[in-house]
Design a protein around this ligand. Structure first.
Ligand code: SAM
Ligand code: MD0
Ligand code: SF4
Length: 396
């Protein structure tokens, strides 16, 4: 215990001096024992958050517009062939209604999410692009898309439509665990989609699924890779077993691991966004996640639109517990506040300047005209990533 305390103190010294942590130090944060050490970890994460973001919290609306999927991820309710899943594909009009309702409610961003639905993905994602364009015209909010793997051209067109974010979670950077979870899917292809998204001019969100057999070393490696990928938003979500899936009887994971991972992300990525999902434990789980250092609340879902969540398909939705007003009281009780829309827009612009390539912009829209550095920077980034990743993951 003393040794852990001493190590934690030494790590905190480095954090205060803004020195980067190595993988052993990150693994040690990820295994912080309960009691005072964990309390101190959360306090440090909150201090880091406050130093960058003050008291401000952002809110994301979640629109799961099609739950059809061609994949069979072992952890997911919506895997192809699972008759226990609520299966629907909302009409464009219904999607626009939800988008307007969420905009009215006061979220900063809309997250347009689907299973890998062939209806939307065929012809290079023509129907998906059409839908996103309609939403873009209907509401003046920032947009994230979470559609699974997209082709590079489709990503470029997304950026041209004004989409801000591409979310695609690796779940784990341990390749053999990935193969067991996302059966039949290509690990490198999923990573490449994110490299391509950044090159297209989109910010990326990365994510880890926790309690699925990963080790602390796996999560420490993930932190290193996520840094190389330059993700602007980084999430950790506890696995929730789902009916009708191969992991339906999986042992309930330790809920503290998600909070430790959130705090570690905050400390390792002080200026990035770290979300608290309402989809894991509903409104009841929000306080602990905010106290661990998150600065975005995701999965705000309006009632009466027949929309599902991902890991808790119906939790808190129809009784209005996932609305802006429900989360606002919880946020304010903790001395935090919802950021004005202009603050989120400003953060987005700065983040894009810092982290995304301008490759997809027409020549006259580039600021300095110097595109060579950007494009080759992108290429260099992907090869650095591949080297870093293979060296790290083979050693596990
Ligand atoms: N279909 C797209 C994809 O897989 O990239 C986007 C939607 S997918 C449902 C979004 C994320 O939800 C997954 O990447 C995974 O991290 C999370 N998720 C799915 N099932 C879950 C479960 N049972 N428990 C916790 N998180 C889950
Ligand atoms: C959430 N259920 O925000 C959603 C989802 C997809 N981009 C996000 C995991 O918790
Ligand atoms: Fe489909 Fe996404 Fe679920 Fe995998 S996680 S089965 S890709 S909806």
């Amino acid at each position: 215990m003393l040794k852990t305390m001493a190590t934690l103190e030494a790590i905190f010294e480095k954090v205060l001096c803004r020195e980067p942590l190595d993988e052993v130090e990150v693994a040690s944060l990820l295994t912080t024992p309960p009691g005072k050490p964990l309390h101190d970890l959360f306090a440090m994460a909150r201090a880091v958050r406050e130093s960058v973001f003050g008291q401000q919290v952002f809110l994301y609306g979640f629109v799961y517009f099609s739950t059809y999927c061609q994949n069979r991820c072992c952890f997911c309710l919506y895997r192809q062939g699972n008759s226990a899943a609520p299966r629907y594909r909302k009409s464009t009009e219904a999607i626009l209604d939800v988008a307007r309702a969420l905009a009215e409610d006061g979220v900063h961003l809309l997250d347009l999410t689907m299973g890998e639905d062939p209806y939307y993905l065929q012809e290079d994602g023509e129907r998906l692009l059409e839908l996103v364009g309609r939403v873009r015209e209907a509401v003046p909010l920032a947009l994230m898309v979470s559609p699974g793997i997209l082709e590079p051209m489709t990503l470029i067109e997304m950026a041209h439509l004004g989409v801000d974010w591409y979310a695609c979670y690796q779940e784990t950077f341990n390749e053999s665990l990935f193969a067991r979870l996302r059966i039949g899917q290509d690990f490198v292809r999923r990573v490449a989609a994110k490299v391509q998204a950044r090159q297209a001019g989109l910010l990326i969100e990365e994510g880890l699924l926790l309690g699925v057999g990963e080790s602390p070393a796996d999560s420490a490696l993930a932190v290193k890779v996520i840094e190389t990928l330059q993700a602007s938003q980084v999430r950790a979500m506890t696995f929730r077993p789902q009916y009708g899936t191969p992991m339906a009887d999986w042992q309930a994971p330790d809920p503290l691991d998600e909070l430790r991972t959130i705090a570690t992300f905050r400390i390792c990525f002080p200026d990035r966004l770290v979300p608290a999902s309402l989809d894991v434990d509903g409104l009841q789980g929000l306080k602990a996640r905010l106290n661990a250092g998150t600065n975005v609340v995701t999965s705000v879902i309006p009632p009466q639109h027949g929309l599902a969540g991902v890991s808790r398909a119906w939790l808190d939705i129809e009784d209005g517990q996932r609305t802006v007003s429900a989360v606002t009281s919880e946020i304010e009780r903790l001395g935090l506040k919802i950021a004005p829309a202009s603050v989120y827009q400003h953060w987005l612009e700065e983040e894009k300047r810092l982290r995304v390539s301008h490759q997809s912009l027409p020549e006259h829209e580039r600021e300095d005209g110097d595109t060579t550095g950007q494009v080759s920077g992108g290429k260099a980034m992907s090869s650095v990533f591949m080297e870093g990743w293979s060296a790290g993951s083979r050693g596990l």
